[in-house]
Design a protein around this ligand. Structure first.
Ligand SMILES: C[S@@+](CC[C@H](N)C(=O)[O-])C[C@H]1O[C@@H](n2cnc3c(N)ncnc32)[C@H](O)[C@@H]1O
Length: 392
């Protein structure tokens, strides 16, 4: 049997109303569970921090089961019917995409690429993995480890990148840990850190970050080069650039290291040439389903096609301004990885990223030997595609 919240002691009427409201918000506005929960929960839904966490966790698990619930619900598909079914428990469906609670087209696509391994990939995305990146601009790895131990956090240090810590057990939500509130450590998936390692920021580099906000990777570039790089950070969203500016200050990124620009990287005209560029392109986010279960509900083939077009346009324009480019997407689909890079092969030369974590891309593409894919079930990370290219 699946579903339910166990013996949580939460009032069932209140819980049902919340879950139905969150799903309604996700379906109607295509937002993340976090955004939907904030909108629906507002000031009314919980009597304290602990209850709020419990309800938040229930909302995540309920939305994650959406496809599964559709498979077993017959014709009763309104959010409140699905809530009733989820709370009362139901038999596990046997069809693979139902059992894994992912849209059929997405499961079929991955099955065609990975065979039985597709199920293991989707199973891994059913569990949220927390990584913390020590922010050495503000604290040493040793002092952050000491603070985490003091707060009762159980973690392990990445063998590949010692500034990355995998949280195994935590007595409180990661965002409430002292080192996180003090910006000495930042929640940062290891695959996303590997993207910056592939870019290899070095002291003195001038770097173009074409899709920069909110700046998690920009701040790692500055951290790895110990503050001695100049980054031009472009993003199409003025609101996100504002958030980024504030975050960079809090993370201790020196003001002079980053220059901000609100622009469309598909057609921005720049006067300077850069040593390196990062294109961390907008994408379907299918690699981040563990972080946001709403992606199981909102992702469509149309969205993938839409992003694939934008990715190609950004990459083609940015290639005019940098000698080396790292292209990355948090997507498990070749339409946003291998195929985007293949379309550039008449203009660029691929160079295999020199990183310690590099899984093989999907077979059958001309770029398969020269790029990296990080897989949730192999690397304990989000799903990412990473390619390095020289523009000559
Ligand atoms: C995957 S997120 C980037 C995350 C960021 N690199 C980080 O590590 O924090 C993609 C970003 O691309 C921006 N974006 C989308 N379309 C764009 C475009 N045409 N030009 C520039 N930025 C764009 C979005 O606003 C979003 O902030």
């Amino acid at each position: 049997m699946s579903g339910g919240v166990g013996s949580s002691g939460v009032d069932v009427t209140r819980l049902s109303k919340l879950l139905a409201g969150v799903l309604h918000e996700v379906l109607r506005h295509r937002v993340s569970v976090d955004v939907a929960f904030k909108r629906v929960c507002g000031g009314w839904c919980a009597s304290g921090v602990d209850e709020r966490e419990l309800l938040y966790d229930a909302a995540r698990r309920f939305v994650a089961d959406y496809v599964k619930l559709l498979c077993v619900s017959g014709r009763r598909r309104r959010p409140r019917d699905l809530v009733k079914l989820w709370l009362s428990g139901f038999e596990e469906p046997s069809e693979p995409h139902c059992r894994l609670s992912v849209p059929r087209w997405l499961y079929d696509r991955l099955y065609a690429l990975l065979g039985d391994e597709a199920a293991r990939l989707f199973e891994a995305m059913g569990v949220r993995v927390w990584w913390l990146r020590v922010n050495t601009l503000k604290a040493s790895v040793e002092s952050v480890m000491r603070d985490l131990e003091g707060e009762g956090v159980v973690f392990e240090v990445s063998r590949d990148y010692p500034y990355m810590l995998r949280v195994l057990e935590t007595p409180k939500p990661v965002r409430l840990l002292r080192v996180v509130r003090e910006f000495k450590a930042i929640p940062h998936d290891i695959a996303s850190a590997v993207v910056v390692e592939a870019l290899k920021p070095e002291q003195g580099d001038r770097i173009l970050d074409a899709c920069a906000a909110p700046g998690i990777k920009t701040s790692l570039m500055v951290m790895l080069a110990e503050g001695r790089v100049k980054v031009k950070a472009i993003d199409i969203s003025g609101r996100r650039i504002t958030v980024m500016r504030k975050l960079m200050r809090k993370l201790g990124v020196p003001d002079e290291a980053v220059e901000y620009m609100v622009a469309d990287s598909r057609r921005v005209e720049l006067r300077e040439h850069y040593d390196k560029a990062l294109v961390d392109a907008p994408c379907s986010n299918t690699g981040a389903m563990a972080k946001d279960p709403a992606l199981r509900v909102t992702v469509t083939p149309g969205k993938v096609e839409y992003y694939s077009r934008i990715q190609r346009e950004i990459l083609a324009n940015i290639a005019r301004y940098a000698s080396r480019i790292t292209y990355a997407t948090c997507s498990i689909l070749p339409e946003e990885g291998e195929e985007v890079v293949e379309a550039m092969l008449d203009r660029v030369k691929l160079e295999k990223p020199q990183v310690r974590m590099c899984g093989e891309p999907y077979k059958g593409y001309r770029v398969s030997q020269q790029a990296c894919r990080l897989y949730p079930h192999v690397h304990g990370s989000e799903g990412f595609f990473i390619a390095n290219m020289e523009t000559g």
